[in-house]
Design a protein around this ligand. Structure first.
Ligand SMILES: [Mn+2]
Length: 241
């Protein structure tokens, strides 16, 4: 009987990182198949330029996800800041289910807030401006109407640009804003939050209106190691993939 819920994020799969792709495919076939649900909290892909992109390793990933959903494991996907163009066509092809960001789920009786995490980094004003612009249907239609090769070239350019931008920003600006975290959790009436994005895996304990609260930050995958947060009715633990 499948019972566990698995949480992963920030694999940043790309054609030039075959180790991560291989680890993810093995994880789907051997580990996730034993779980009742797999939650992917964004940035599964390092760049997603549209569901019509069938360059490697996308076809293999599509097939494995489909095999897994057909086996009975539910796959929920929250878009990250790198793969927010992933859409209905990919979902139809794989059977995965898109979640809003933020969204509240019932995790073994406890309301749990799930986010990619970029919305919590409110100290990074230029990014938040780009985020709201790029989530509008007009912006997305404008991008998706361009030929695939143009979008692929643009994605390469953005990867390079983002690398240099990140080096210029301070560590504080790139992390979550604690005030935003508390506001968001209070707004959704949750004392538990799970997110990725910051690549700073940890469990933070704090209080919201005098009640104990937890923030679980998922790890990014590297070529040497992946991590999944595993939840069952007895609690949770981190598993190395
Ligand atoms: Mn991210």
């Amino acid at each position: 009987m499948k019972k566990e819920n698995l949480f992963i994020s920030d694999l940043h799969i790309a054609w030039d990182k075959p180790e991560i792709t291989q680890r993810f495919l093995r994880f789907l076939d051997n580990r996730a198949i034993k779980a009742s649900a797999l939650y992917v909290l964004g940035d599964l892909f390092d760049a997603w330029v549209g569901d019509d992109d069938s360059s490697p390793p996308n076809p293999k990933i599509r097939e494995s996800l489909k095999r897994l959903t057909e086996s009975g494991t539910k796959i929920y996907f929250q878009q990250g800041n790198r793969d927010f163009l992933l859409g209905d066509r990919f979902c139809d092809a794989t059977g995965i289910i898109l979640l809003d960001d933020p969204v509240v789920i019932d995790l073994f009786g406890v309301p749990t807030l799930l986010m990619h995490g970029d919305l919590l980094c409110t100290d990074d004003l230029p990014y938040q401006e780009f985020r709201s612009k790029s989530r509008s249907p007009e912006w997305q239609q404008g991008v998706l109407s361009k030929p695939l090769f143009v979008r692929l070239l643009a994605a390469r350019w953005y990867r390079i640009r983002s690398y240099f931008h990140k080096r210029k920003k301070t560590q504080e600006i790139m992390d979550v804003n604690q005030g935003t975290v508390t506001d968001m959790m209070a707004k959704f009436n949750c004392l538990r939050l799970i997110h990725g994005h910051t690549h700073r895996p940890n469990i933070h304990n704090f209080e919201i209106n005098g009640k104990p609260a937890q923030r679980y930050v998922l790890a990014a995958w590297t070529k040497d190691k992946g991590e999944a947060l595993v939840w069952d009715e007895n609690g949770c633990h981190v598993e190395v993939v």
